[in-house]
Design a protein around this ligand. Structure first.
Ligand SMILES: Cc1cc2nc3c(=O)[nH]c(=O)nc-3n(C[C@H](O)[C@H](O)[C@H](O)COP(=O)(O)OP(=O)(O)OC[C@H]3O[C@@H](n4cnc5c(N)ncnc54)[C@H](O)[C@@H]3O)c2cc1C
Length: 421
């Protein structure tokens, strides 16, 4: 079959890869001049199997409401967005009860573990080097209460296949000596040995080459301007460089997916949530961590990419489709890192960098939306939120199986599009 994939982020590319392996002819369309230049460009790089708890979880509302007017809030909601997202917000709240959040955690964790297995397989098959690290991740906590609460909350996940070790402050410092500088603010940490990381953009570039070699086609600098329907089928995609027809279509346009479908009366429950990232040379800080670190208080991640770069990522801001970095948020972002790692000052001075901002495609329940839409030849692979790099390989295989009419390896009923989508 000829299959058109709308979006060349990590989700679109992994989908194209799985579909070419199944013998289909793929064409991948994107408005950018190359692959993976939006949300999949400079994300945190964590294959974050330990971050399976969705944002819609008990206590999140209080956290957002008490910090929404502070420029340094890890999660910031611009009040002007409320009229636009109230429907999404109500659904988010309805998913935040402990039992629903736990059900969704189980779904996300099983998707993440499935995806990790496929990532390992694909990187071997396609021989991809993407500055990966496979030595785990340390999640650190500034206060004793949140440390103990998190360790307790992680326990029910052990039978689901995730291993972790609870470490006191001294053990954390032994593992990551750079933490010694702020030891008075360190209650302890949770080490996740199976967690991996690497440069998503680098992975995407090499994967796109593999797709090309297998006969896949790319149409860049082509903005999707419309989807033309004929009855309950997609007839063609209208782009700024001409139209495209195919037997099947896969929508993988990240945070923009709802904009593409809205003229057909489809209200996809995805909102854009802006994040910040900075990539620095680690040369001025030779003793920088060799392990991925997540700071649970400030909600940021520090990822050593290869031997000479550090990726800093974090912040969540509901501010519509505005992708521009804001000065005061950038300052807050950097201050959060310096609070934990004052040693970073040297790297910042040297590179004087501008942050990269992009939009996470976030659903109310934290689950991606996967499978056939109400249009018979249109499939969705969207809504991966803060975990797109973690989940992409798994959701790609699942969508490829659904297109082939096969049962996927996991039960994804909870991720299937509603009849109105
Ligand atoms: C700061 C930050 C840190 C993150 N860290 C991590 C992490 O450590 N681990 C993790 O797993 N996830 C992380 N994420 C989330 C992850 O990056 C996203 O979930 C993932 O990149 C989404 O991939 P995607 O392919 O769905 O979207 P995108 O990468 O945004 O791809 C969508 C593509 O569709 C194209 N497109 C959209 N509309 C149109 C149109 N009209 N016409 C043509 N083309 C169009 C875009 O150009 C784009 O290339 C992070 C996100 C942020 C913001």
């Amino acid at each position: 079959m000829k299959i058109a994939i709308l979006g060349a982020g990590i989700v679109g590319l992994t989908t194209a890869y799985q579909l070419t392996r199944d013998g289909h002819d793929v064409i991948v369309v994107d408005r950018q001049a190359d692959v993976s230049l939006e949300c999949s460009y400079a994300n945190g790089g964590f294959i974050a199997i330990s971050q399976a708890v969705p944002w819609s979880s008990p206590g999140v509302l209080l956290r957002v409401l008490t910090t929404m007017f502070r420029s340094d809030a890890p999660i910031l909601l611009h009040p002007s967005q409320l009229p636009k997202i109230w429907r999404w917000g109500l659904e988010f709240l309805s998913c935040s009860s402990a039992p629903i959040s736990w059900e969704n955690t189980k779904h996300i964790l099983s998707l993440a573990l499935y995806s990790l297995g496929l990532l390992r397989k694909v990187r071997d098959e396609a021989n991809i080097d993407y500055f990966q690290r496979t030595n785990g991740c340390l999640k650190i906590y500034a206060d004793q209460h949140s440390f103990e609460e998190s360790a307790k909350a992680q326990e029910p996940q052990i039978p689901l296949g995730i291993d972790f070790k609870v470490l006191d402050a001294a053990q954390c410092i032994k593992m990551v000596p750079a933490l010694d500088e702020t030891r008075q603010k360190l209650a302890g940490g949770i080490f996740v040995p199976d967690e991996e990381g690497g440069d998503c953009y680098e992975f995407a570039k090499v994967l796109s080459q593999t797709i090309r070699e297998a006969g896949g086609e790319f149409r860049f600098s082509s903005a999707i301007e419309g989807v033309e329907m004929e009855g309950n089928r997609v007839a063609k995609i209208i782009t700024s460089t001409g139209s495209i027809t195919a037997d099947r279509y896969v929508l993988a346009a990240g945070a923009d997916a709802p904009l593409i479908m809205q003229s057909h009366g489809v209200r996809l429950p995805i909102i854009p949530v802006k994040g910040y990232s900075l990539t620095l040379s680690r040369d001025p800080w030779p003793d920088a961590p060799d392990l991925q670190i997540v700071d649970e208080k400030n909600l940021f991640g520090l990822n050593p990419l290869g031997t000479n770069r550090l990726r800093l990522a974090g912040l969540a801001e509901i501010a519509g489709y505005n992708r521009a970095p804001q000065r005061r948020r950038t300052d807050a972002f950097i201050a959060g890192f310096l609070d934990r790692f004052p040693q970073l000052e040297a790297c910042l001075d040297r590179s004087n960098p501008e942050p990269f901002c992009c939009l996470r495609p976030v659903t109310p329940n934290g689950l991606p939306i996967l499978g056939q839409s109400r249009f018979t030849n249109l499939f969705y692979n969207i809504g991966h939120g803060h975990l797109g790099w973690t989940l992409a390989h798994g959701t790609a295989r699942i969508v490829a199986d659904l297109i082939a009419g096969k049962s996927p390896a996991l039960d994804v009923t909870a991720c299937r599009p509603r009849p109105t989508y």
